[in-house]
Design a protein around this ligand. Structure first.
Ligand SMILES: [Zn+2]
Length: 92
């Protein structure tokens, strides 16, 4: 069950590591400029070829714990150490 206020079919950024490699989502960003969302694995380096655009509902279906940060303000980013850890809000 989605708790984001955005529509289920909203296009969001994620990475192949999450969608194809089975890596957990460890970083979520809510972009200040366009209100977009990014759901990425813990890898520091992401190149263009690693980027994927999917529907928000696909992310929620993959990992319902992203709902815990559904009300993250614009311009904020959260991180967690593992899939079962608590989200930490980063200042930027
Ligand atoms: Zn990744």
């Amino acid at each position: 069950m989605k708790q984001f206020k955005e529509p289920e079919n909203l296009a969001v950024f994620t990475c192949t590591h999450v969608m194809r490699g089975g890596d957990p989502i460890l970083t979520i960003s809510h972009e200040e400029d366009d209100g977009g969302w990014q759901f990425l694995c813990g890898n520091k380096e992401h190149r263009n070829k690693d980027a994927m655009i999917v529907a928000l509902m696909e992310i929620v279906a993959l990992d319902e714990s992203v709902n815990e940060v559904a009300d993250l303000p614009l311009g904020r980013r959260v991180k967690r150490e593992t899939k079962n850890a608590k989200w930490d809000i980063m200042s930027q």
